[in-house]
Design a protein around this ligand. Structure first.
Ligand code: NDP
Length: 333
């Protein structure tokens, strides 16, 4: 299948590129600059341009950002939309988080409808942020749950802004399908915290992706005096998530569905303990006693749809953390 992958420079997208190529697909990814595009290509030496190439899309917050990128020869058959801001370093929640998430999502859907009639499926990286209700946790979270956040609440802080951005962007996608009845169907993938090895075009530990930052902080001794609260308690390994995205393109029965993709529980304390047990040389970077602050009545989760329809078998927290730490040590953490 020929796939347009948005946000090619991202942490999750890096693994999606690997998985797409491994499973025989052709990939055109979007990046904001030639520099980023060339860097990614240079990490896949020997891969012909018919299999892997890029197009520039500078700012997904612009309504027409994807209008040219969706045109290709031979034409695209599927789109994987991962691009969306995931950081809390923002001054204007609407401009920095909400607009690129929402306009980015509606923009790709509109551009495909207008100019890429051969696309049959669009897979969108949504989030557990669009499922969970931080104020009133569900007993068991599944695809049936929606974050009830309002626009006003989303504007309160960068954290609320991020959760709002994912919720409103995903809602906009389902609304689009209902109202516009396009020639393609949509699948959303809703992961919680994504952990896993950093690969390829990784520039600097300071610029590490948001979800792995907690592991970097632990191994650099930043939490020696106390481990910060986890914030949420479910994770997925990025390699399983990448496979879920590709399976969502390949599996007809996935069409029109959300997928809550999670391996199970984690906590910062559990991560620290795994590091301590497996990397004795890092023990002095960690607190002497590690406490697990996971609440006793933490919410449940139901990931059965992802196993049944996408066939995902999840990696354990231990495997995920050990491989992530190895990858960080390899780049000098
Ligand atoms: P990254 O920050 O590594 O990737 C984000 C990507 O989006 C980058 O390629 C970035 O480009 C691109 N992007 C952001 N804003 C714009 C913009 N205005 N114009 C063009 N491109 C833009 O994060 P992840 O890989 O972790 O996230 C990928 C997706 O997964 C996002 O949709 C995120 O919400 C979702 N997700 C992530 C989770 C996690 O724990 N990591 C959990 C749940 C969902 P550039 O590098 O040039 O800035």
């Amino acid at each position: 299948v020929k796939v347009l992958l948005t946000g090619g420079s991202g942490f999750i997208a890096a693994h999606a590129v690997d998985e797409l190529l491994k499973r025989g697909h052709d990939v055109v990814f979007t990046v904001r600059s030639d520099e980023k595009g060339q860097k990614i290509l240079s990490n896949h030496p020997g891969t012909p341009s018919s299999k892997l190439s890029y197009v520039i899309v500078k700012d997904i917050a612009q309504e027409t950002a994807f209008d040219e990128a969706v045109k290709s020869d031979p034409p695209f058959e599927a789109v994987l939309h991962t691009a969306s801001p995931f950081h809390f370093n923002v001054t204007d929640v609407k401009k920095d988080l909400l607009d690129p998430a929402i306009v980015g999502t509606t923009g790709i859907l509109k551009a495909v409808k207008k100019s890429a009639p051969t696309v049959k499926r669009i897979v969108i990286t949504s989030s557990f942020a669009a499922i969970m209700n931080p104020d009133k946790p569900a007993k068991v979270y599944s695809e049936a749950n929606w974050n009830p956040i309002t626009w006003e609440e989303a504007l309160r802080s960068p954290g609320d802004g991020y959760r709002g951005s994912k919720t409103f962007a995903e809602k906009a996608a389902w609304d689009f399908v209902e109202k516009e009845k396009p020639n393609f169907d949509v699948v959303t993938i809703n992961p919680p915290l994504v952990l896993g090895p950093v690969v390829h075009y990784f520039n600097s530990l300071d610029a590490i992706n948001t979800s792995n930052a907690r592991i970097r902080d632990l191994i650099q001794g930043k939490n020696k005096d106390g481990i910060p609260p986890s914030g949420l308690y479910l994770f997925v390994d990025v390699r399983d998530l990448a496979l879920a995205h590709v399976k969502a393109i390949e599996t007809p029965a996935a069409g029109g569905k959300r997928f809550f993709v999670t391996a199970g529980y984690f906590s910062n304390g559990a991560i620290a303990q795994i590091i301590k047990d497996n990397f004795p040389q890092l023990a002095d970077k960690l607190p002497a006693t590690i406490e697990d602050e996971t609440p006793k009545d933490v919410y449940g989760y139901d990931n059965s749809r992802s196993k049944e329809i996408l066939g995902i078998e999840y990696r354990s927290l231990k495997e995920s953390i050990v491989d992530t730490v190895k990858s960080l040590l390899a780049v000098g953490a």
